[in-house]
Ligand binder design. Structure first.
Ligand code: PLP
Length: 362
C-alpha cells in the first residue's frame, strides 16, 4: 500500500533551526541570537495592541486598510500597492508561490534569509546560489548565474548574517542587467537601521519598474516579531497576482493595529536607530582591540571573525558567552569561525564586551 507522498520538493527541505532562546540553569539570559529589538515596541504600539485585544471576537480587516494607509503616509507610497503579511516571511513565500514553480530557478545570494531557500525548494524550483565576496553580495556572481529558467532573484539589503549592504549603484546595476521577466525581490528586513547616503531601500525603484518588489518587516526595529507582521511594496501586476493567493485574514487584528501605531511613531524609531549606530561603533572599536574582526555592519547585529589560533574560536567564544548567560548565534557549520551577535541595550552590549575581553585574554 502506498502512503500519501508530499510534493517532490518538500522532502528536500532541511528543518529551520531557530536562534537559541534558553540556557539550562540560567534564569534570564541575554538573548542576542535572533536580531530582536532589546528596546521593544513603541508604547503607542503596545496601547494599540491592547485596544485591539478587546475585539478578538471579530475577524480582522482583510483589506488591511489602516496599516496600508499608515505605511503609505510615512513613506509616501501608493497604499494600493502595499500588501501586508504574516511576517515578511509569508510575503516572500507568496511571491515564490506566485512566480516560481517546478523546473524554474530561483537565484539567491549566498547569505540572506534562509527561508527563501526553503520556500523555493518547496515549490519544486531549483535554488541557485551565487557566492559572496568579502562579506558582500557579488552582483557579477549573481548575473553570471542568470539563465532562461531564472524566475525570481532575491537579495537581502542589508544582508544577514554579514550586516553589510549593496550601495545604490550596485543595486541598480544588478536590476538593470536582469531580464525584464525576472522578479527582483529586495528583502529590506533591516532597512530602517541604515544611515548611509549611498543606500537604496528600493521603494522608489518599485514605482519605476514592473519587476521589483521590496519586503519589509515589523519584527526588527519596530520590536513586534511576536505579532508576525510585515509588508511589501509591489508593482500593480504583482499585487494583483499575490492578492489572488493571499488568505483573506493572513494578518491578525492586534498585529495590524500595533504595526500602524509603531510605524507612525517615527521619533521612537529614530532614537533606536541612533542608539544602534552608536553601539555598533563602540562595540566594533572595542572588539578590534582584542584582535577580532567585526564585519562593518549597518544593521542591528554584527558578525565577528575569530582568529582561530591560540584556541580562540567562535565555538569557544559561544560556549564562554553562554556560561555567562549570553546567547549569541553561531553561523556556518562546525569549524566556521564566525559568530553573529545582536546589538542590545547599553548594559547588554557592555556585558558582551566584558565577556569577550575575558575570553580573548584568558
Ligand atoms: C534578512 C531577513 N529577511 C526576512 C526575515 C523575516 O522576518 P519576519 O518574517 O519576521 O518579517 C528575517 C528574519 O530574521 C531576516 O533576517
Amino acid at each position: 500500500m502506498s502512503y500519501p507522498q508530499p510534493k517532490p520538493g518538500v522532502l528536500k527541505i532541511g528543518r529551520y533551526i531557530q536562534g537559541q532562546s534558553e540556557i539550562a540553569g540560567i534564569e534570564n539570559p541575554i538573548k542576542l541570537s535572533s536580531n530582536e529589538s532589546s528596546a521593544g515596541p513603541s508604547p503607542a504600539a503596545v496601547e494599540a495592541y491592547q485596544r485591539a485585544g478587546q475585539q478578538l471576537n471579530r475577524y480582522p480587516d482583510g483589506a488591511q486598510t489602516g496599516l496600508r494607509k499608515a505605511i503609505a503616509e510615512v513613506y509616501n507610497l501608493d497604499a494600493e500597492r502595499i500588501i501586508c503579511g504574516n511576517g515578511s516571511d509569508e510575503l516572500l513565500a507568496l511571491f515564490l508561490r506566485a512566480y516560481a514553480g517546478e523546473g524554474d530557478q530561483v537565484l539567491l545570494s549566498e547569505n540572506g534569509f534562509v527561508m527563501c531557500r526553503i520556500h523555493a525548494t518547496g515549490q519544486g524550483s531549483e535554488v541557485v546560489i551565487a557566492p559572496e565576496r568579502n562579506y558582500l553580495v557579488d552582483v557579477d556572481a549573481l548575473l553570471e548565474r542568470v539563465t532562461d529558467k531564472t524566475r525570481v532573484v532575491i537579495v537581502a539589503n542589508p544582508n544577514n548574517p554579514t550586516g553589510t549592504y549593496l550601495p545604490r549603484d550596485e543595486l541598480k546595476r544588478l536590476h538593470a542587467e536582469l531580464p525584464k521577466a525576472v522578479l527582483f525581490i529586495i528583502d529590506g528586513a533591516y532597512a530602517e537601521y541604515v544611515m548611509r547616503d549611498d543606500y537604496e531601500d528600493g521603494l522608489a525603484l518599485v514605482d519605476q519598474f514592473q519587476n521589483i518588489v521590496v519586503t519589509r518587516t515589523f519584527s526588527k526595529i519596530y520590536g513586534l516579531p511576536s505579532l508576525r507582521i510585515g509588508w511589501a511594496y509591489c508593482p500593480e501586476r504583482v499585487v494583483d497576482a499575490v492578492q489572488r493567493i493571499r488568505t483573506p485574514f493572513n494578518t491578525n487584528g492586534p498585529a495590524l493595529a500595533a504595526a500602524a501605531a509603531a510605524i507612525k511613531d517615527t521619533a521612537y524609531t529614530k532614537a533606536i536607530c541612533e542608539h544602534n549606530a552608536q553601539s555598533l561603533e563602540q562595540i566594533s572599536s572595542h572588539l578590534a582591540t582584542l584582535g577580532l574582526v567585526v564585519v562593518p555592519s549597518v544593521t542591528n547585529f554584527y558578525l565577528i571573525r575569530f582568529p582561530g589560533n591560540r584556541n580562540k574560536t567562535a565555538q569557544g567564544a559561544a560556549t564562554y558567552l553562554q556560561s555567562k548567560g549570553i546567547i549569541p548565534r553561531p553561523v556556518g557549520g562546525e569549524g566556521d569561525n564566525h559568530l553573529r551577535i545582536t546589538v542590545g541595550s547599553s548594559d547588554e552590549n557592555k556585558a558582551v564586551m566584558n565577556v569577550l575581553t575575558e575570553y580573548m585574554q584568558s
